[in-house]
Design a protein around this ligand. Structure first.
Ligand code: SAH
Ligand code: SF4
Ligand code: F3S
Length: 443
């Protein structure tokens, strides 16, 4: 008798790195359980959507995807459909009520036991719901190591959840309270990654600067950076995301002292107006942010900064927006993610009065993005003609015989070269700069 064909699972991921990595963990666990990943939803026995609810648009995208999969089921396909992630956490039972074809709904804390959840959904043939948050002291961080990934860089989760209460943000309610992963576990994982050939480590969490502060005897974030830097074989470290309020001098000193800490930082400011920052409950002022930037530049003169911006927060006036533009011009970010404010269920900002007209918010967004594009392009052009040291990441996705590598400042440079260069550090002369990447040749 031949073995039954393997069950196939299809993943669709929306949202941030947390979700990307949660999907990776689910993939690893289900593959260990005998599943095979398919890239075609039509072929799948199980479809898992890992969802994001940070802005309404993200939820719309997920609803449209879910609509496609449920019609496959209505048309007779036998498939188990699950919704995971932040929308699942936020809507829970409501999703099951709304979509009768759904078999499984679970939040981010369900990821460590995805095998059991999927099994239950298949076997009981009744909708399964799991949106409980796991216990603070016993939260099981699952390894980030994806056996299928042979990249030169890897992400390592150092904390989950968030204890801040930025008034626009849904993350604290979808991801729960902040829990730091023990540093021993983090360092073991870093060592295991280095053994697999990884050279660049990116530490991830929603607010990495507050790492360890709640766990007695735990390292601080600055100490963790130093400990990771001391692991033999770690050649470059990045981290994301930082909150300006918690950006202490000790972290700035780490930028001064640690050569392997990349000269690049994503430091979301959200707004340049103190009035708006106060209404967002960000707990820092524009002046404080600029002060951090000045100190960072003194500590590490080659550091480049990127940020996140929200325009059209309730009550934002033309003057407030002008403050955001002047901050942009003062700091000269090399890149920014910018968004129109989106009211999220249950967040305090929803109750604020005087919402900004959508057309005004749209115009402000366009103004911001146009200036940011100029600044990004200007910065990339300063690289033209220079020689940059890059870590080669892989073949270019578009051109045969071309590989790409990143500078410490996170600029992507494409240049002709054999794939054997992947994992090597090479000097590249930049021949042509674009807005977000550059062309070059081996120097
Ligand atoms: N923890 C990170 C960011 C998480 S969300 C931090 O604190 O910086 C990523 C970005 O999405 C935020 O920085 C913010 O700019 C944006 N964002 C979050 N909620 C939003 C909302 N309701 N409307 C528009 N943008 C939002
Ligand atoms: Fe959201 Fe603020 Fe926490 Fe970032 S720090 S995840 S914006 S609440
Ligand atoms: Fe989205 Fe949840 Fe990440 S809301 S941005 S997937 S933490």
């Amino acid at each position: 008798m031949s073995a039954p064909p393997p069950r196939r699972v299809y993943f669709r991921t929306f949202g941030c790195q947390m979700n990307e990595y949660d999907t990776g963990k689910m993939r690893a666990q289900l593959v260990a359980d005998g599943f095979v990943e398919t890239l075609e939803p039509e072929e799948a026995d199980v479809i898992l959507l890992n969802t994001c609810s940070i802005r309404e648009k993200a939820v719309d995208k997920m609803r449209s995807a879910l609509g496609d999969y449920r019609s496959m089921k209505r048309n007779g396909k036998s498939v188990t459909i699950g919704v995971a992630g932040c929308v699942a956490q936020q809507e829970g039972q409501k999703l099951l009520d709304q979509y009768r074809e759904l078999d499984l709904v679970f939040g981010p804390d369900g990821v460590p036991h995805v095998r059991e959840l999927v099994k239950r959904a298949i076997e009981t043939r009744r909708p399964v719901l799991d949106t409980d948050f796991l216990d603070l002291d016993a939260y099981p961080f699952v390894s980030d190591i994806d056996p299928a990934d042979h990249g030169v860089g890897a992400f390592v989760t150092i904390q989950k959840g968030c204890d801040n209460k930025c008034t626009f943000c849904i993350v604290p309610s979808t991801r729960g309270v902040e829990i730091s992963r023990p540093h021993t576990e983090i360092l073991d994982e870093v060592r295991a990654l280095v053994d697999r050939g990884v050279q660049e480590i990116t530490l991830i969490g929603q607010n990495v600067n507050s790492y360890g502060l709640k766990r007695t005897g735990e390292l601080t974030f600055a100490q963790l950076l130093r400990a990771v830097a001391a692991v033999p074989g770690v050649r470059r470290i990045r981290y994301t995301t930082s909150h300006p309020r918690d950006m202490g001098d000790d972290v700035i000193e780490a930028h001064r002292d640690l050569e392997v800490l990349a000269p690049q930082l994503h430091l979301p400011v959200q707004s340049g107006s103190n009035r708006v920052l106060r209404r967002m409950k960000r707990f820092y002022k524009r002046e404080h942010y600029l002060d951090i930037v000045a100190k960072l530049r003194e500590a590490r003169p080659d550091i480049v900064l990127t940020t996140d911006i929200i325009v059209g927060f309730p009550g934002e006036t033309d003057e407030d927006f002008a403050d955001t533009m002047s901050l942009l011009n003062e700091v000269r970010f090399v890149g920014a993610f910018s968004f129109k404010f989106s009211g999220r269920p249950g967040t305090p900002a929803l109750k604020l009065k005087d919402w900004v007209e959508p057309a005004v918010a749209q115009e402000r967004l366009a103004t911001f993005q146009a200036r940011q594009r100029e600044l990004s392009a200007e910065w990339m052009h300063t690289l033209q003609g220079t020689v940059q040291n890059v870590l080669v990441e892989g073949p270019s996705r578009h051109d045969e015989g071309v590989v790409c590598g990143r500078t410490g400042t996170n600029a992507m440079i494409n240049f002709p070269g054999p794939v054997e260069l992947v994992g090597e550090w090479v000097d590249v002369r930049v021949t042509r700069a674009f807005t977000h990447s550059a062309r070059g040749e081996l120097a």
